[in-house]
Structure formats: structure tokens, C-alpha cells
Design a protein around this ligand. Structure first.
Ligand code: TYD
Ligand code: MG
Length: 460
């Protein structure tokens, strides 16, 4: 028997609940996140006796006795997407793709729906069928295998899945869905949790993979309860600067593969192009010998690529100098500037420092540190770095250059792209595998050595 609906206040950030409104969530510490939601509870037998008395449905088994099935993954015909998932979609798996508005989540998922050989049901709660058709026309693919359903009620979506038996279901987006089980409005924690639960249960029971698209909030986390990320098998983040053309699809959680792989795409007029060779994209105006530019031999995922770091150091117009970065962690830049000041004696505390990673993509690779420091100093001293040299090294708080992973791959990539010299940590001196390369390898132990090499006696 259904009880009288009661209201409760739920934190939209972490899902914590309280019988009365609170300004600050005691669980996650966020302000102003409590929203009143109606909770309808039905009587359920929750007593231990009830559960235990029902008989055991699953028996404990020895791990050695468990038979493994050879799961064949579904090829999405999109190499970058397959790469991030670890080789394709696992049947029955649930993937959550998060990203900022306008970054291309709908484009990516529609492109997958149109190219995958399996029958796909694309459920949109955000766009009309004709809007989706317009987008499909832009993507220039014609297929009879993709069904579009503009619907927001889970109770209507599940019968459609049953009827059409698709090989893949895409939900755009989980925040727009609602279920009749709960009375709160779409997008609230209770609705998201309940809708996701219904869909995930259906997916697992029928072995149908689902891709859920999720909005992100202003902190960059997927909107809705954190528990959503625990419920799904894979969480992918689609990121990039929407004013630039490059997009990175990054694995945050993956129950079936690594999270260290990334997929790189370029947004074109006709959809997202896979960038299988990232080396091609990030070297802009490389011929010019301008100050403030240094090239890093970076690794993103498992792939090495060479990327240009640009910096501009200018006298601060206002009292507090600005530190502004695109594609690089602001805190890391502050740390590197502090190291520059303390260990190398460069005073930048009255200057604005701007830093850009070319192409607008975000790179989380500690080996970028050295090139960032060199680019900043190059701009400050107005001495250009020769365009035949690239850098790969993490910088520690004492100014030491620390070893990095995949150094051989980085060196090979730099050599392939025609660089003559690469500066790396002294710790790699014992690595004999790197000696086979033609490129000159300079080992440095401290940042001072790099600065001496790059700047002393080179003033314009
Ligand atoms: P969209 O997939 O709607 O983003 P999201 O679902 O993440 O909010 O992408 C929207 C942007 O992508 C839009 O600004 C236009 C651009 N775009 C292209 O440049 N080329 C295309 O072929 C398509 C379909 C979109
Ligand atoms: Mg969208």
C-alpha cells in the first residue's frame, strides 16, 4: 500500500537528505544545494527475517570454479571511441559520457549510433526528431539501423527498447528523464537515481549496452548524485575548449579496461573527425622563432605527441598579478613560478603570466613542467628557444628535473617529427635503450642547467 507522500530535502551535489532545509550540506560542504523533493515510499519487507526467510538465490562459489565467457566487444567503427573503452563496447555495459554544454556529446553519440553496425535506439529528451535529423544530415551518414525516440518518461522508453530490441541504447541526457515512481521534477537527485536504476537494471537483464549522456555542473563534475558514477561501468569525460576544434575523450572509470587512454577528435563542419595521429595537430607556426614558445614531448593516454606551450609574461597592470592558463593546471603553474623564483632567482611576482597549450586541449602530463618553465622564462627574457629543441621533464620543488614515464616513446616521436634535440632528466642517463636514436639527448639534473643551456649568451 502506498503511503502518503512525504517531502524531504536532498543535496543536489552529493545526494544526502535531511528532513529540513539546510544552507550548507554537512556531507559535501557545498552551500545552497538542498532542494525539496517528494518521496513516495511503499511498504517493503525490510526486516532481516523477511530477507533471510526468502531462501538463498545465489550460492558462494570458488573463484576457480567460475567459468569466464569470452566477451566479444561491439566495434563502434570509431577507433578513438573504441580505444577509450578498451576495444569497443562490452555487451550489457553502461557508459556515462559527461561534458560541458556544446562540447559535442550529442554529436559524438549520434555519430556512433549512425556508424555502429548494430541497431541503435537514440533516445533524446532534449531535441526534436527533426533537429536530430538535421544533425544526422550534417554528419552525412545514412543508415536504416538507427531509431530515434523523443521521449522523457522511462516507463515509455523501456517498452520501446523491448519492442525494437536494439543492440545499443543511447540516452541523451539522463538529466532530462523522469519516472512516474517518484514525484520530484526531472534533473533532481531522486529522479536521476531512479531513472538510471531502472535503465541499468533493464540493460543488465537483457544484455543491452547503454550509453548515458550526462550534464556537468559548474565544478566540472557530472551533475546529479555521485552515486550515478558508481552505478555505471564506465565514466568518460568529453572535454576541450568549445572555441577550439580539438576534443579529448578521457576515461575516468572503466570496469573493463584502462583509464589511461584518451581519444582525440576534431570538430568539423561534418561532425567529429578521429585524430589518430595527434602529432599532426599541435605544432602551430613552428617555423617562427618567437620568444615565449617551447615544445613539449608529451604523452596523453598511451600515445606520445609533441605540443607547443605558449607563454606571455607582461608587467602587471593592476596590483595583483594575473596567472591565467588554458589547457594547463593553474595551481601547477603557480608552483612552477614559485620554483622559478626560489631556485633560479627570477622574480615574477609583479608580472602577469599567461600560459596556453596550443590547440586548446587539456594535458595532464607532469612532463609538461619543463617546457612550461622554459616558455615562461623565454617570454620574460625575450629570448626565443630554437625550434629544433623539445623538452620532457617533471620539475620538483627543489628545482630538480625528475624522470618521466615512456621516455623512449617521447624521444621516438620527437625524432619522427624532425626535432634535433630533446632535454630530459639526468636520471635517464642509465637507460641505454634511448641511445639508438639519432636525436641529440641532453640530460639535465636541475632547472638551472637547462636555463644556462637555453638562455645564457643568447640575448637578442
Ligand atoms: P552538441 O553535440 O550539440 O553538444 P552537446 O550535446 O555536448 O551539448 O554539439 C554542439 C556544437 O558542435 C555546436 O556548437 C555546433 C558544433 N557542431 C559542429 O561544429 N559540426 C557538426 O557537424 C555538428 C553536428 C555540430
Ligand atoms: Mg546535447
Amino acid at each position: 500500500m502506498a503511503k502518503k507522500p512525504t517531502t524531504t530535502y536532498i543535496c543536489q551535489q552529493c545526494g544526502a537528505s535531511s528532513p529540513k532545509w539546510l544552507g550548507k550540506c554537512p556531507c559535501c560542504g557545498q552551500w545552497n544545494t538542498y532542494v525539496e523533493e517528494i518521496v513516495q515510499t511503499t511498504d517493503r519487507i525490510h526486516s532481516a527475517g523477511g530477507v533471510l526467510g526468502r531462501g538463498i538465490s545465489n550460492m558462494a562459489v570458488k573463484v576457480a570454479d567460475i567459468k569466464t565467457e569470452n566477451v566479444s566487444r561491439i566495434n563502434t567503427n570509431n577507433n578513438e571511441f573504441n580505444r577509450v573503452l578498451g576495444g569497443g563496447i562490452v555487451p550489457g555495459s553502461v557508459t556515462l559520457i559527461g561534458g560541458e554544454p556544446g562540447i559535442g556529446k550529442s554529436t559524438l553519440s549520434l555519430q556512433i549510433a549512425l556508424n555502429i553496425p548494430q541497431k541503435t535506439l537514440y533516445v533524446s529528451g532534449e531535441e526534436s526528431a527533426s533537429q536530430i535529423k538535421l544533425r544526422a544530415d550534417r554528419l552525412k551518414s545514412t543508415t536504416d539501423n538507427c531509431l530515434i525516440l523523443c521521449e522523457v518518461t522511462v516507463e515509455n522508453i523501456i517498452p520501446q527498447i523491448r519492442e525494437n530490441k536494439p543492440g545499443l541504447v543511447i540516452i541523451d541526457s539522463i538529466q532530462t528523464l523522469r519516472t512516474e515512481n517518484v514525484d520530484s521534477s526531472p534533473g533532481t537527485v531522486t529522479q536521476i537515481r531512479e531513472c538510471a536504476d531502472l535503465l541499468i537494471r533493464h540493460a543488465k537483464e537483457n544484455n543491452i549496452p547503454i550509453i548515458l549522456i550526462g550534464h556537468i555542473n559548474k565544478d566540472g563534475n557530472i551533475a546529479g548524485p555521485k552515486i550515478l558514477e558508481h552505478m555505471v561501468d564506465t565514466v568518460l569525460q568529453f572535454e576541450g575548449d568549445s572555441s577550439h576544434v580539438y576534443r579529448v575523450l578521457r576515461g575516468i572509470k572503466n570496469r573493463f579496461g584502462t583509464t589511461s587512454e584518451v581519444g582525440i577528435f576534431e570538430m568539423m563542419a561534418s561532425g567529429l573527425r578521429e585524430v589518430s595521429n595527434p602529432g599532426e595537430l599541435l605544432l602551430h607556426n613552428h617555423e617562427e622563432n618567437t620568444s615565449g614558445v617551447a615544445v613539449a614531448a608529451a604523452v596523453e593516454g598511451l600515445r606520445p605527441f609533441v605540443v607547443e606551450v605558449q607563454s606571455l609574461v607582461a608587467t602587471a597592470a593592476y596590483g595583483v598579478p594575473q596567472r591565467s592558463t588554458t589547457g594547463f593546471d593553474n595551481k601547477r603553474l603557480n608552483m612552477l613560478l614559485a620554483v622559478l623564483e626560489r631556485r633560479a632567482g627570477f622574480k615574477l611576482n609583479t608580472k602577469d603570466v599567461f600560459l596556453n597549450i596550443a590547440g586548446g586541449i587539456k594535458i595532464i602530463d607532469p612532463a609538461m613542467d619543463l617546457s612550461v618553465m622554459v616558455a615562461v622564462l623565454s617570454s620574460d627574457l625575450d629570448i626565443p628557444i630554437d625550434n629544433q629543441t623539445c623538452f620532457a621533464g617533471e620539475v620538483g620543488l627543489t628545482g630538480e628535473i625528475r624522470p618521466i614515464n615512456r621516455v623512449e616513446q617521447r624521444i621516438a616521436e620527437a625524432e619522427k617529427l624532425g626535432f634535433r634535440r630533446i632535454v630530459i632528466s639526468r636520471s635517464h642517463e642509465k637507460n641505454t635503450a634511448i641511445l639508438k636514436h639519432q636525436i641529440e639527448i641532453v640530460h639535465c639534473g636541475k632547472i638551472e642547467e637547462v636555463f644556462r643551456l637555453m638562455f645564457v649568451g643568447k640575448r637578442k
